[in-house]
Design a protein around this ligand. Structure first.
Ligand code: ZN
Ligand code: ZN
Length: 146
């Protein structure tokens, strides 16, 4: 395992590279309909807050998917990069971008009530319904999913 306190990653074409700083190695899955429509399947990502450095920002395109958040992708190759809560500037980075994924663990699954029936993850994780997620974020400064 490499130094998990600093993890590098990039999009498919390499126009956008990123570095996650700080110790962020737990992956969360989101089964919500928006994430599945965005990515073609459940979204697997890591909450990193502001611990992220992005190079190649000229190629980053952000789509404002809700009042509070945007979803960014590489304008050149289409790789999904991150979900960002606009007001707090908190980032949730897609796990698949990271060069070394050996230190990652799957910790949670949210919007489990929106998961379609055709797949199930065998990992034992914490699960939350969409209502439970919204209840957790209401009143906090962090904003809301999805
Ligand atoms: Zn790219
Ligand atoms: Zn989602």
């Amino acid at each position: 395992m490499s130094d998990v306190s600093k993890a590098s990653g990039r999009c498919l074409c390499g126009a956008v590279t990123l570095t996650v700083t700080g110790n962020h190695n737990t992956v969360g899955v989101c089964h919500c309909a928006m994430c599945r429509r965005w990515g073609g399947g459940p979204n697997m990502a890591i909450e990193v807050g502001k611990d992220i450095e992005i190079a190649g920002r000229d190629h980053v395109v952000a789509y404002r998917s809700s009042d509070w958040a945007e979803r960014a992708f590489c304008g050149k190759c289409g790789s999904h990069l991150y979900y960002r809560i606009v007001e707090s500037d908190d980032h949730v980075v897609l796990a698949g971008l990271l060069d070394d994924q050996t230190g990652l663990t799957l910790a949670s699954q949210i919007f489990i009530d929106e998961k379609p029936g055709f797949y199930d993850f065998a990992n034992e994780t914490k699960t939350m319904t969409g209502a439970e997620v919204f209840a957790m974020y209401v009143g906090s400064e962090g904003g809301q999913e999805p």
